[in-house]
Design a protein around this ligand. Sequence first.
Ligand code: IPM
Ligand code: MG
Length: 371
Amino acid sequence: MNFLMKTIRFTNLPGDGIGPEVMSVALEVLQKTGSIHGFACETTTHDVGGAGIDNHGNALPDATLDACRAVDGILFGSVGGPKWENLPPKEQPERAALLPLRKAFKLFANLRPGNLFPELADLSPLRSDVASAGIDVLCVRELTGGIYFGQPKSTKTLEDGQKEAIDTMVYRTGEIERITEVAVKAAALRNKRICSVDKANVLETSVLWRQTVTKLIHKLDPSIELTHMYVDNAAMQLVRDPNQFDVLLTENMFGDILSDELAVICGSLGMLASASLGTGTNSNGFPYGLYEPAGGTAPDIAGKGLANPCAQVLSAALMLRYSFGLEEAALAIENAVKETIRSGLRTGDIAQGAESVGTKEMGDAILSRLH
Ligand code: IPM
Ligand code: MG
């Protein structure tokens, strides 16, 4: 036995729909990567989302939360599905599992890389001359502030019988600064261009956002090319000419919307991973994080062995990179996925009607390309 072998500890929360199928591929990939790159995986599986509701009466059961507290990161599948669609919005698996997890682990920094593999350019809804250039944009979204969590947040009945609902958008300089720092670090590893997206022509929070971002980037790294864009324009520019962007930095709700737009122009949700990083450090000295594919639970193909495992596998790579500092291992996984796509192998979601393979074959192909 190798006593120097590093052990990485994380929970895996497969969730609903295709979650368990693609999670099992990701776990296999992690095991094999560990055997090549010298680390062991210690992981436990827990219910979340609809599975949490069905088995424990809670989309985020206490046992799941406790298990997550005891480790250094979370590999998350996906949650939700038709079975739970009629629950009140607050109890729906997506909201009742993800938002409390973000809050509990202070996962303030959401990184959503938008990459269009050149081999998959035809899957993008963008015009072919735009898509064929490939897409490589990183969306850095603030995840624990803004209108999602601001108080007051309530619905009441007024004296005249109407109902009134209130959401509050709040930002403090500290929240803006810490997400800006993440964007600066990310940009330093890319093309050093940040476009900060806001609505400073209307919103007070956006005025503060713009001032704070400008001041901090100037202080941290004046060599970064910083631009500002109103969110409505950014939504338009993203479909017109996505590669004008390198890093998009934005607040919670704008980031929610723009990251979906970025995902769809990249062609297949089955290929996109994301990372949500917390404040402080885990027992390895890296940020605690939650890693999840961008796509949903795909209930129509759940349990049939047809789902594309790439996004879940790429999420595992992000986990190795950000929460465990295993850059080489992360790259090995990313390359194995790239080579698999290059080899022409396709699951149904990216096959465009041509011959396709199932989850297991795709997974095995990735495993065989790991080195
Ligand atoms: C996302 C989702 C969530 C969000 C929902 C499910 C609460 O849309 O992760 O982008 O709005 O943040
Ligand atoms: Mg969203």
